[in-house]
Design a binder for this molecule. Sequence first.
Ligand SMILES: [Zn+2]
Length: 219
Amino acid sequence: MAGSAVGDARAAVVALCRGLVERGLVVGTAGNVSVRDGELIAVSPSGVDYGSLTAAMVGLHALDGSPVDAPLAPTSELALHCLVHTRPGAADGEVVLHTHAAASTALSTVVDEVPLTHYYAAFFGGAIRVAPYATFGTAALAEHVRAALVGRTAALMANHGAVLVAPGVAGALDRAGYLEYVCDVALRGLATGLPLRTLDGAEIDRVRDALAGYGQGDR
Ligand SMILES: [Zn+2]
């Protein structure tokens, strides 16, 4: 992030948290958000109502999670955020969003991979994997999610929720909405009990290539 990036990153965390609430993707204080800013990660604090969250309350942490300027306890999923922000191919300015949104969480209880019922899977690099369950806040869960994100920008967390990586603040909330939509469509298809008609990986690759040149490049 350019300029007074640290302040921007903290403000971005607040805006993203509020945006998730406005879009109905979080209930209460469930879910958490981080923005990488150079060698720092701005992370939402633990258990603070998003309506009263301010930029000054957002913690800054080193890439290993150690606090640099963190007035409140960080999200319990700090290790997950750190691991995702330092995965191979991670880039400065990336946003990591974690929610317990209903459709993605429900779907995480019945599949190991999101069926390719909609071509929007291409937004996330292909079929979205479901990371195996581990207790929230543990290194094991963070590692499961990191593995599920290889070659993807989203993963579900079994019996827990969803995690998304966006290249920047702009468009991140839209991506979170698409992720929930893709999961909701698959879930509704499964709920009919009828055989799903799915797309194959080659079609998802074609769509991904087409989307790369579509609109402003953020679709
Ligand atoms: Zn969670």
